[in-house]
Design a protein around this ligand. Structure first.
Ligand code: SAM
Ligand code: SF4
Ligand code: SF4
Length: 371
């Protein structure tokens, strides 16, 4: 038995949520203690993945002995949809399906269809997106579009097949992910975003080939700073390539001009190619924290609500869902939780360095709550 094996339910410690005594009715705007509204919900539909990216699910930890959640622990599509409908009454208008690898969840398009039927209090449909490693996208793109998915984000850490195979660590060929991106484009799941996590010394040489490949195609390429999420990836600051350096390297070949954020709470800083070849984005979670307008909550596969990517515990909504709480009581519980939120890990990291205290509670894994 691998000594690192930790059951996911231990990682995802949770407070059991009781229906609060003080009612917090849904008014369409819910603010936390730092006046940040809840607008964006990321839903993890599985804790499993067919890749073993070393920065997320390193092989040594996520091996054959690793215990994933049993099927009975997962929220059903009906439970997820019920929660999503309640979140929408609090002002959530964007939902991103994630994981693990979300396309591994069977019949995901059925969930997409249910979520696509939800309306905001103003009567608008939700902005429904999905983040995927792209491995199964070529097969699923059309069905997802037909079910009502608006857009996809595909994670792709390089174009060189050898680099890509070693980063996913399961020898998966890059050509199949590129075919998935083409299929998503053909199905109308655009504008497609492609996310590249940049690790200094590992795939930094892929930055320019990626920029050249996607420039002028309508795909928005975004570079993500390697983050100290979870507790298994052995993160080191010297492996972070600051976004400012990514922008400088690209601008040497293709001059860039800064663009305004497209929406409040936008995680990426946007840059336009000066010659009209489209735009890129950089997500600088390490060097330029954006907690001040973080409006995102995360729902784990088994129904725990996390208020920050770096949280060590969540709020367990499943007992409410599987008990006899009505929608108003669940809305009130969610309202109560969000109103108490003060999380701003990345800002604190910038002020006092990464949290390396071995005695601190273990942080939840990104593969468990999604990116
Ligand atoms: N499996 C899907 C995928 O890879 O797109 C969805 C889940 S994955 C956890 C979501 C995103 O988190 C991916 O874009 C991935 O690159 C990013 N990610 C995972 N670990 C990361 C880390 N340590 N630093 C920065 N981004 C990370
Ligand atoms: Fe899987 Fe996505 Fe994590 Fe890679 S980043 S191991 S594809 S969940
Ligand atoms: Fe939001 Fe937490 Fe990330 Fe800050 S560190 S932006 S609060 S998820």
């Amino acid at each position: 038995m691998n000594q690192h094996v930790v059951h996911v339910s231990e990682i995802g410690r949770a407070r059991r949520v009781a229906a609060p005594e003080r009612a917090v009715p849904a008014t369409g705007v819910l603010l936390d203690r730092l006046s940040r509204p809840l607008t964006d919900l990321r839903i993890s539909v599985t804790d499993r993945c067919n890749f073993r990216c070393s920065y997320c699910m390193p092989k040594e930890v996520f091996d054959k002995d690793y215990q994933y959640l049993p099927h009975s622990a997962l929220l059903s599509f009906e439970e997820i949809t019920r929660l999503a409908r309640i979140f929408a009454t609090h002002g959530v208008h964007k939902i991103r399906l994630t994981g693990g690898e979300p396309l591994l969840r069977k019949n995901l398009e059925v969930l997409v269809e249910q979520l696509a039927a939800i309306r905001t209090p103003q009567g608008a449909p939700l902005d429904l997106t999905l983040t995927t490693n792209g491995s199964l996208l070529a097969r699923k793109a059309e069905a997802l579009k037909a079910a009502g998915l608006n857009r996809v984000t595909v994670s792709l850490d390089g174009l060189d097949d050898t680099v890509f195979r070693s980063m996913n660590d399961v020898d998966f060929p890059v050509a199949q992910v590129l075919a998935g991106i083409d299929a998503a484009h053909a199905a109308g799941l655009g504008p497609i975003k492609v996310n590249m996590v940049v690790k200094r010394g590992t795939n930094e040489q892929e930055i320019l080939p990626m920029a050249r490949r996607f420039r002028g195609t309508g795909v928005v390429l975004r570079f993500i700073e390697y983050m100290d999420v979870g507790a298994t990836n052995g993160w080191r600051m010297d492996e972070v390539l600051p976004s400012a350096e990514v922008v400088a390297r690209i601008a040497e070949e293709f001059p860039l001009a800064p663009l305004e954020a497209s929406a409040p709470g936008e995680t990426a800083q946007r840059w336009a190619y000066r010659d009209g070849g489209g735009e890129i984005g950089v997500i600088s979670s390490v060097t330029q924290a954006f907690c001040h307008d973080c409006s995102r909550a995360r729902l784990s596969t088994e129904g725990k609500l996390y208020l920050c990517l770096f949280a060590s515990s969540g709020h367990d909504l499943r007992p409410l869902l599987r008990g006899d709480a009505d929608d108003a009581q669940i809305a009130s519980a969610i309202g109560h939780i969000w109103q108490g939120r003060t999380d701003r890990y990345s800002e604190l990291r910038a002020l006092r360095g990464p949290d390396t205290d071995a005695a601190a509670p273990r942080r939840v894994e990104m593969s468990y709550i999604g990116g």
